[in-house]
Design a binder for this molecule. Structure first.
Ligand code: ADP
Ligand code: MG
Ligand code: MG
Length: 886
């Protein structure tokens, strides 16, 4: 079978839609080649070979060798040079590239094919000895590190090659790499090779073919290095995809002042603005821009550029024009914002990569909306361009613009948002501090791909070097984490664990605040406020609402939450937990009195105190949800949750109730249960103490009648929890219906209401037809349903469930995304039986799953009417509902 796909000189075996086989990089190199964009010739070894390599402990399919050799020959012909030839050597890169991009996580080796013979050819060919040795020392360094594993052994140890390089610079009395002489570079090559021999006890490989296969093995092997595994875990990328390997002729951005290398986005990846945005360095090679070693220059003046700084547009106007033309061509071709890599070798432009650009949520929205306006895509396409989870970023708090602040530095606004936290200087510390419950800001000179875990837990990231396209910036944007990059005023001292900026010294553990949208750093903690949603957000969500079929409600217990959710587009409340109100202020006293009373009269007296308070809450909620349905659940949790705990609490309460403390204590102890989640809770309470249900129903309907008399339209839906048998429901419904009719008759208001139930026990799902004959609506309580279906206590699962997921026993946490096979099956049965008994049965979900995009898709597929989720997830659920309806 075919394992190798060639590209070059306008022709390619592969294409953009072959990402599974060729990886994103390989597929797009092929595509660019086919549409006439200049790409150095090369070939891609498929992801199938990666899988084979992993499964067969580093072996390759038998056919591979010949296919690689043939493809290499084609590259040699196209480039007019020969791999390993001492007269006219071809140099190549070996590059990783998975189905979706994992920036910097896997390995790439440049300048393969150099040895003490071929270097002569390179010098002859280019007439540039300094360049040749610069390429050589970079190659030995990179190959020894990536392929042979010569690198620092701990995080604190310096890079051994970097140390040799620094020593050389000091000896020569220079500060920049570019100031090193040819002699210096020559010596570096020798010293680097000596280091390899010393560390590994074997020589650096001189044979180009060995170098090539070493590189290929390293790239396939890098699929399984720790940072790549972490990245896949964080982004939910399957382990079995594998990476492709791209072998490509080298082009050189480090051949002098007429050479350069750069990275660009076809639109601004932070804001989404439609202008060509990029950075470059003259006389530099590939990694230099992304690694943040030198802070690069902008390609144009589309945004303000510091006085005296050059741009590609004025340094190399013709090449800039060509590059801008390629930008337009790529956007027209892909209909998508692209992230590109280019290199200019002695006045000639080459494209080395294009891919869909990572962007912030704000940019994703703006680009989607703009592209509809530009006619590049339609609304349906636009809706699919934004990840539901990404929307979350837009709803995150921003710095309170009114709050006073002390700015200590300004860098590049690499990834927007606000971050407040304690300063740490290593990714390891970020993780361990985070595990202690602290909020941290990770401060580094630059970040490396190994910092991925620390970056993921940090509130924000601050680097003193590197540009907008540096590793730190790209990774932070992908995670939605605030980042200020290239902040040269920040001088980091890792040894002292402190940094100075603006005349201030900040030590490890001190608080700082970052504004990733402005690129500013402040001393101390600045308060945050809710964000303003932009016009694009409104436009986009209108399209979303046109498409989706599923309703989206919210879980809200207070008028404030109800208002927030309504502003986010909630179409009603799917769950009000009445017991949450019991903890407000000193209400708990009355509640305790009710629970601990020995007599009906005692309970009724206490309930009489609670009634007006509950009624007040419902009045507020009905007003906030004027004209929209409000589902109110009757008392649900086990009673002991409300009990007094300390002796002082018991004594005070006993005094209020006029009983002896000992008696009260005994009563409280008698209410303790050994398995409360399966104990005296839910409708079981209302059945034992019907007066509680009665009081709650009265509060609901008195509130409804009161607001109705003021011109508000309340639509109460009373919901009975934890029903397992229809008889439980019938008895509770009788109480609610009787009170409702009483109150309505007394006030003379007309109230549309419904009485329904939660389906959260397997037995309820299995007998849903019986229950639906009595209940007017169902709401699936998937938290309890998951708990009871798995027989898994949610409060204790934290001790072992994460292991289940990491060991692959379960594909994901069933409390986060619904377990479709098991719990979901019960939901399907419940929906089907319910609708059979009552065809117009209204069905929703009110567990945490209601805000999880995957579960929302499931709810759509089983034919629910709505999902309900917490206020801040309402827009996420709306988008997820639209995407599944497309
Ligand atoms: P990553 O996926 O981490 O970006 P790449 O494979 O894109 O890794 O390579 C890293 C850097 O090396 C990039 O800047 C790229 O442009 C550069 N590079 C890769 N191959 C070549 C080549 N054939 N000629 C010149 N530069 C190259
Ligand atoms: Mg790249
Ligand atoms: Mg429940």
């Amino acid at each position: 079978s075919k394992y190798v796909y060639s590209f070059g000189n306008g022709k390619a075996d592969g294409s953009a839609d072959m990402k599974e086989l060729l990886g994103g990089k390989g597929a797009n190199l092929a595509e660019m080649t086919s549409i006439g964009i200049p790409v150095p010739a090369g070939f891609t070894i498929t992801t199938e070979v990666c899988t084979y390599y992993q499964e067969q402990q580093g072996q390759y399919p038998a056919e591979l060798k010949a296919q690689v050799e043939n493809a290499l020959k084609e590259v040699e012909e196209l480039m007019g040079a020969k791999f390993g030839d001492p007269e006219n050597p071809l140099l190549i890169s070996v590059r990783s590239g998975a189905r979706i991009s994992m920036p910097g996580m896997m390995d790439t080796v440049l300048n393969i094919g150099l040895n003490d013979n071929t270097i002569k050819g390179l010098i002859n060919k280019t007439g540039n000895e300094r360049f040749a040795y610069d390429a050589y020392r970079r190659f030995v360094n990179m190959y020894a590190d990536v392929v042979m594993g010569v690198r620092p052994e701990t995080e604190l140890e310096h890079d051994p090659f970097e140390e040799i390089l620094e020593a050389k610079k000091q000896k020569s009395g220079v500060t920049l790499d570019t100031e090193l002489t040819t002699e210096d570079l020559k010596e570096l090559v020798v010293e680097f090779k000596e280091l390899v021999q010393k560390r590994l006890g074997k020589p650096f490989p001189e044979e180009p073919m060995d170098q090539l296969w070493g590189g290929i093995g390293a790239v396939f092997g890098s699929w399984n290095i720790p940072r790549a595994i972490s990245y896949r875990q964080i982004h939910g990328i399957p382990e079995d995809w594998g990476t492709a390997t791209n072998v490509q002729a080298m082009v050189f951005g480090n051949m002098g002042e007429d050479s350069a290398t750069g990275v660009a986005f076809t639109r601004d990846p932070a804001t989404g603005e439609n202008y060509f945005y990029g950075e470059y360095l003259t006389n530099a090679q590939g990694e230099d821009v992304v690694a943040g070693i030198r802070t690069p220059q902008p390609i144009n003046r589309a945004k303000t550029v510091p006085e005296g700084m050059n741009t590609l547009e004025n340094e190399m106007p013709e090449l800039y024009k060509q590059l801008a033309g390629i930008r337009d061509k790529l956007e027209l071709h892909y209909h998508e914002m692209q992230d590109i890599e280019f290199t200019i070798q002695q006045g000639r432009l080459w494209m080395l990569q294009t891919r869909t650009g990572k962007r912030t949520a704000a940019a994703a929205l703006k680009i989607a909306v703009d592209m509809v306006g530009e006619g590049l895509i339609d609304k349906i396409e636009a809706i699919q361009r934004v990840e539901p989870e990404q929307i979350d970023q837009l709803l995150h708090p921003m710095l309170d613009p009114e709050a006073p602040r002390e700015k200590i530095a300004k860098g590049l606004p690499a990834s927007p948002g606000a971050a407040v936290g304690q300063v740490v200087f290593s990714a390891e510390d970020a993780e361990s501090w985070h595990n202690q419950g602290k909020k941290v800001v990770l401060v580094r000179v630059e970040t490396s791909p190994d910092d991925i875990r620390g970056m993921n837990v940090a509130q924000g990231i601050l680097t003193s070097r590197g540009g907008m396209t540096s590793h730190a910036a790209v990774v932070a944007r992908g995670m939605g984490t605030c980042c200020v990059a290239g902040c040269s005023e920040v001088v980091v001292d890792y040894k002292k664990r402190s940094f100075t900026a603006g005349g201030v010294t900040i030590k490890e553990g001190d608080f700082i605040t970052l504004d990733g949208s402005k690129g500013e750093v402040y001393k101390g903690e600045i308060p945050t406020v809710d964000p303003q949603l932009t016009g694009d957000f409104g436009t986009f969500m209108e399209w979303v609402d046109e498409v989706r079929q599923l309703g989206v409600r919210t879980n809200a217990d207070t008028p404030h939450d109800s208002e927030v959710a309504r502003n986010f587009g909630a179409e009603g409340i799917g769950l009000t937990r009445t017991e949450h109100m019991f903890f407000e202020g000193n209400r708990i006293d009355a509640v305790r009195e009710m629970i601990l009373s020995e007599t009906l009269e005692g309970r009724q007296a206490a309930l009489a105190k609670i009634l007006p308070m509950q009624r007040e809450d419902f009045v507020g909620i009905f007003k906030a949800m004027d004209g929209l349905p409000v589902t109110i659940r009757t008392l649900d949790p086990p009673l002991h949750e409300f009990l007094p705990h300390t002796d002082k609490e018991i004594n005070d309460l006993a005094k209020d109730m006029g009983v002896k403390p000992a008696q009260l204590k005994a009563k409280a102890e008698s209410l303790a249960e050994s398995n409360p989640m399966l104990g005296h809770r839910g409708c079981r309470l209302g059945l034992s103490f019907p007066e509680i249900t009665e009081m709650q129903a009265r509060a609901i309907f008195e509130a409804a009648c009161q607001v109705a008399s003021e011109g508000v339209k309340p639509l109460p839906e009373v919901m009975i929890p934890l029903v397992g048998h229809v008889n439980e429901f019938i008895r509770q419904k009788e109480i609610v219906a009787r009170v409702a009719e009483e109150v309505i008759a007394k006030t003379g208001q007309k109230i549309d209401y419904m009485i329904g139930t939660m389906i959260e026990l397997p037995r309820a799902a299995l007998t849903a037809d019986e229950i639906a004959q009595e209940a007017e609506f169902f709401s699936f309580g998937t938290n309890d349903l998951t708990q009871t279906t798995f027989g898994l206590s949610r409060d204790d699962a934290g001790k072992f469930l994460p292991d289940y997921v990491s060991q692959g026993i379960l594909p994901h946490d069933p409390f986060v995304s619904i377990d479709e096979k098991g719990v979901g099956r019960l939901v399907e049965i419940g929906v089907e039986l319910g609708r059979k008994a009552r065809s117009n049965l209204k069905i929703g979900i009110c567990g945490e799953h209601g805000g999880d995009p995957k579960s929302v898709a499931f709810c759509h597929r089983v034919g629910m009417n709505y999902v309900s989720c917490s206020p801040y997830r309402v827009p996420i659920a709306r988008l997820a509902a639209a995407q599944i309806a497309i």
